[in-house]
Design a protein around this ligand. Structure first.
Ligand code: AMP
Length: 190
């Protein structure tokens, strides 16, 4: 978890590789659908460009399909990047994990003051050209993060799953912080 521009996508791949698990990135899956021009892509394109969340039902269904797919099932575990983002998604994920006899071991929160991340996002806009990395969408995504997603921190803190990591720093340094914090957390569980 983390506000827009905290480095979720950048870190997710390396962290999943470190633990030999699969990454399920909702934002990336949505962007792939848009690029491929699928029915889902057409349905969500303008929502994403404007910085709105995709409806919970659509998002949940996509994640659960991916979680149940054979390549994910046969790997030891999974990393959810950018999901859940609403309290409804938390409840739906809880139920699905029970269904699939799986569980969360930890929730990594990349901590940064959202407004300090605007410059990062505007730089990314020049490199990656993401439709939602413009000033209006960025501002809206930060508001959505505060309203919808930030409350999840307390939920996972109360369940003793939250691992908070300072997201400000060079990419390899933040990665080291995440793996060190996760190793400590997961080591305590085993
Ligand atoms: P991200 O790549 O994680 O920044 O996600 C990019 C965009 O995809 C978000 O601004 C949302 O529009 C959409 N999105 C990604 N994950 C979710 C989610 N869990 N729930 C709803 N919308 C999402």
């Amino acid at each position: 978890m983390g506000p827009p521009g905290a480095g979720k996508g950048t870190q997710a791949g390396a962290i999943a590789e470190h633990y030999g698990i699969v990454t399920i990135s909702t934002g990336q899956l949505f962007r792939d659908n848009i690029q491929l021009g699928t029915a889902l892509g057409k349905q969500i394109e303008s929502l994403i460009a404007d910085g709105n969340l995709v409806p919970d039902e659509v998002t949940n269904q996509m994640v659960f399909q991916r979680l149940a797919s054979p390549d994910v099932r046969k790997r030891g575990g999974f990393l959810l990047d950018g999901y859940p983002r609403t309290l409804e998604q938390v409840a739906a994920l809880d139920a699905e994990l029970v269904n699939q006899r799986r569980r969360l071991n930890a929730v990594v929160a990349l901590m940064a003051e959202p407004t300090t991340l605007v410059d990062r996002l505007l730089q990314r806009a020049e490199i990656e050209g993401r439709a939602d990395d413009n000033a209006d969408s960025i501002r809206h995504r930060i508001d959505v993060y505060h309203a919808e997603t930030a409350p999840l921190l307390d939920v996972y803190r109360d369940r003793d799953l939250l691992v908070e990591v300072d997201a400000i720093g060079e990419v390899p340094e933040v990665r080291r912080r995440i793996t060190a914090a996760l190793d400590a957390k997961l080591g305590r569980q085993s």
